[in-house]
Design a protein around this ligand. Structure first.
Ligand code: ARG
Length: 464
């Protein structure tokens, strides 16, 4: 009978089938946790020493061995071996090969169940910080564009129909707000991830007097898990990241979609630089907004990862189940997609040229200041509903005579209501309409400039 060479092989009389080994190995994707795994093991060795399980010299030997493995992996000299299943087993096997017998003591009181949950939380904390930095960069790119185009007026839309004039900067700052909420969500996620499971053992705690507070401090965790059974089987923190990621990608897909529409021949509002567009292999005249389209499309896989994780966790009994290994590819996939989408988006946004002239023309067609005329009558004492009716008729009349609102003469207006006088001309322009929207959160230049200032301050404050 062939001997079982696994680190867990004691009770086995035959080796794992090659097919089962290949099927269950996670090293192909959990290798990326090696810096966290090694850091965790170093802190764990020190804690074992504190608990009197490792002698001083043994601890040093283990730590030196682990550091050597880290250097080997960093430099690409060491290569993971798939027969060792996952990142934890690979590192432990190397440690034993390097430092001998004493390496076999490191796993005392620890299980891969609390180990993997700890690695994953350490890793995710770092990645959340990265995600937040990238969101901030995109916000900065949006603010820059808003500032550079501060006087541009464009049609604001509802139902994708021209509705009322707005400042382009106001429109752009709407995305700043969405991203601000995203940052909030990732910050909150970070708080929930920042809990240390290590010391929970396989499921019930551990027999050795481990100083978990010390361990948490060494690993930079703010809190310690309160229930060992929950700690080894909880993946809420992964779901938290994935749901924050899904909302973020939904926001990016909205901005992507506007850029796609705006760059069409029909709109002509923006020009994406050649460096972020591609041509068609068939039609020589084409210039396509592929980057924006791909970001819009990639939101799909991030939503999918969230649903995968919820489905993975649904109905799972306590505590650790191997199913949980399926959390990683989903999480890593989302992290990679979110980061690359945010980076490329910031770059692309910087290169966008807004076509002030086209937007200015668009705002003049479609009776966008009709509401302002209603309000003019309201100020003259006409009840709102009545004023609405009157202006509806005026728009109808204009449409039939094929003219815009600012072409209509005072005499013609007076035929619809005696309340009109010469000063109505002043409110008919897009500029006047925008200036009039001066409530908090409105699109008046004054309000938008304030909003820009506040947005900048937020970025600076959050960086500090
Ligand atoms: N590779 C495993 C995972 O990612 C590590 C934990 C394995 N634990 C176990 N008892 N088999 O979940």
């Amino acid at each position: 009978m062939s001997k079982n060479t696994k680190l867990w092989g004691g009770r086995f009389r035959s080796p794992l089938a090659k097919s089962a080994e290949a099927f269950s190995a996670s090293i192909g994707y959990d290798a990326r946790l090696y810096p966290q795994d090694i850091m965790q093991s170093i802190a764990y060795a020190k804690t074992l020493k504190k608990a009197g399980i490792l002698a001083e010299a043994e601890t040093k030997k283990i730590i030196r061995g682990l550091e050597e493995i880290k250097r080997g992996l960093d430099s690409g000299r060491l290569h993971f071996r798939s027969e060792f299943e996952d990142v934890h087993m690979n590192i432990e096997a190397w440690l034993i090969e390097k430092v001998g017998e004493v390496g076999k003591k490191l796993h005392t009181g620890r299980s891969r169940n609390d180990q993997v949950a700890t690695d994953l939380r350490m890793y995710l904390k770092w990645e959340i910080t990265e995600t937040i930095v990238l969101i901030t960069r995109l916000q900065a790119a949006i603010i820059d564009q808003a500032e550079q185009n501060i006087s541009v007026i464009m049609p604001g839309y509802t139902h994708l129909q021209r509705a009322q004039p707005v400042l382009l900067a106001h429109h752009l700052l709407a995305y700043f707000e969405m991203l601000q909420r995203d940052r909030e969500r990732f910050n909150q996620t970070h708080e929930r991830v920042d809990v240390m499971p290590l010391g929970s053992g396989a499921l019930s705690g551990t027999n050795f007097p481990l100083d978990r507070a010390y361990l948490a401090k060494e690993l930079g965790f703010y809190r310690i898990s309160a229930n060992s059974m929950d700690a080894v089987s909880d993946r809420d923190f992964v779901i938290d990241y994935l749901s924050a990621a899904a909302v973020l990608m939904m926001h990016l897909s909205r901005l992507a979609d506007e850029i796609i529409i705006w760059s069409s021949y029909e709109f002509g509002f923006v020009q994406i630089s050649d460096s972020f567009s591609t041509g068609s292999s068939l039609m020589p005249q084409k210039k396509n907004p592929d980057v924006a389209e791909l970001v819009r499309g990639k939101s799909g896989r991030v939503f999918g990862h969230l649903v995968s994780l919820l489905t993975l966790m649904k109905g799972l009994p306590l505590t650790y189940n191997r199913d949980l290994q399926e959390d990683k590819e989903q999480l890593f996939g989302s992290i990679d997609t979110v980061k690359s989408s945010l980076s490329i988006f910031s770059e692309m946004i910087k290169t966008i040229k807004f076509n002030q002239e086209v937007m200015g023309k668009a705002v003049k067609k479609g009776y966008l200041t009709a509401t302002d005329v209603v309000y003019y009558l309201v100020v003259q004492g006409v009840p709102f509903r009545e004023a609405h009716e009157i202006v509806g008729k005026i728009v109808n009349y204009c449409e039939e005579s094929n003219m815009e609102l600012d072409y209509i003469s005072l005499n013609q207006l007076k035929q619809f209501s005696s309340k009109f006088s010469y000063d109505v001309q002043r409110i008919l322009s897009a500029k006047a309409s925008v200036e009039a929207k001066d409530t908090i959160g409105g699109t008046s230049p004054k309000r938008v400039k304030e909003a820009l200032k506040r947005a900048r301050a937020h970025l600076l404050h959050d960086k500090a």
